[in-house]
Design a protein around this ligand. Structure first.
Ligand code: NAP
Length: 313
């Protein structure tokens, strides 16, 4: 058996097209959705992600601006920057790209973002809205995975879902979304005993670990849907050989580029799973598409009925 590949790229294009339509209808009412991205320091991976986000804004019809304080920025300076963005009416979404430089109190900075502009959905108020099933802004990566599952016709209600990873960015909100969709959810982490055995219970397995190729064949129940969130750059030759010995296609790519981007799920899982997402081209594009959708949603909520919902707590 070979798994059906769930193309995130295609569904992400659909979501972007829908966001563009909504942005146009807001623009017709004199509201151009606006996103401010804060990119502090000089993390090369973050620079690539932010470039993709800004490009996507142009395609969807969202105004965007980028703020790039240097690596030596202080928490106070970032708080002042965020306060300024909170106060500007034409900015509907504020994205603080993580990780922030090590001297920064990241939690304080994220807490300072106006919850109505919190397009990453990390503010405790939005976390609370998600867990109480009220309208709010939902973290982009797990929201994108839900879109992928639903639009691909993967049934969730009454099914076993296992999420590996409990970060506030992916694992926890993913578990909450699956629970809200009536799946029976287990959340695993680095202290979980018998990880492979727990994972094998899953009809839907989501891997958000940050360990290249960790999820092997024995983690997966035959026919399960496997979502690979991991984005790991492997540049060590020995690690590459351990993971992909005999894989000529990846070998060529590794030789040419000196490194390769791999997920948390080993490619051998395709022989057991019923459906799985690729890396790249799976969850990554969905994350950016949901950022566009969240920015348009925030613009609408700040000016429509959602405002009352957000300010009630
Ligand atoms: P994170 O904050 O480092 O969390 C990783 C989680 O995995 C933690 O809960 C950790 O457990 C768990 N874990 C680590 N080693 C484990 C092991 N050996 N066995 C079981 N659990 C283990 O990472 P994250 O931000 O959630 O991201 C996870 C991965 O997704 C990364 O590769 C990241 O690059 C990728 N990502 C991709 C996108 C995208 O758009 N495609 C978006 C976000 C993240 P503990 O809590 O016990 O430490």
């Amino acid at each position: 058996m070979s798994a059906i590949i769930l193309e995130g790229t295609k569904i992400a294009a659909e979501i972007r097209a829908e966001a563009a339509l909504a942005a146009r209808s807001l623009s017709a009412r004199g509201v151009r959705p606006g996103l401010a991205v804060v990119l502090a320091g000089d993390n090369p991976a973050s620079e690539i992600y932010v470039r993709g986000k800004v490009k996507s804004c142009q395609e969807v019809g969202i105004y965007s601006e980028k703020h790039t304080p240097g690596a030596g920025v202080s928490t106070q300076e970032l708080l002042a920057l965020v306060a300024g963005l909170n106060a500007r009416d034409e900015i509907d979404g504020i994205l603080v790209q993580l990780p922030l430089p090590p001297q920064i109190d990241s939690k304080r900075v994220l807490l300072a973002v106006d919850p109505a502009k919190d397009v990453d959905g990390f503010h405790p108020l939005n976390v609370g809205f998600l867990s109480t099933e009220r309208p709010g802004l939902v973290p982009c990566t797990p929201a994108g995975i839900m879109e992928l599952l639903v639009r691909s016709g993967i049934a969730l209600a009454g099914r076993e879902a296992v999420v590996i990873g409990r970060s506030f960015i992916v694992g926890k909100p993913m578990a909450m979304l699956l629970l809200n969709a009536n799946a029976t959810v287990s959340v695993c982490h680095s202290k979980t005993r018998d990880l492979a055995e727990v994972s094998r219970r899953a009809d839907i397995l989501v891997a958000a670990i940050g360990r290249a190729g960790m999820v092997r064949r024995e983690f997966v129940r035959p026919g399960a849907t496997v979502v690979d969130v991991g984005m790991n750059r492997v540049s060590d030759e020995e690690e590459f050989r351990r993971l992909f010995a005999g894989d000529d296609r990846r070998e060529d790519s590794f030789r040419t580029k000196g490194s390769i981007l791999v997920g948390d799920v080993h490619p051998e899982v395709a022989e057991v799973a019923g459906a799985m997402t690729p890396v790249p081209g799976g969850v990554g594009p969905l994350t950016i598409a949901m950022l566009m959708a969240n920015t348009v949603k925030a613009a609408g909520m700040r000016r429509g009925s959602g405002v009352a919902e957000l300010s009630r707590v």
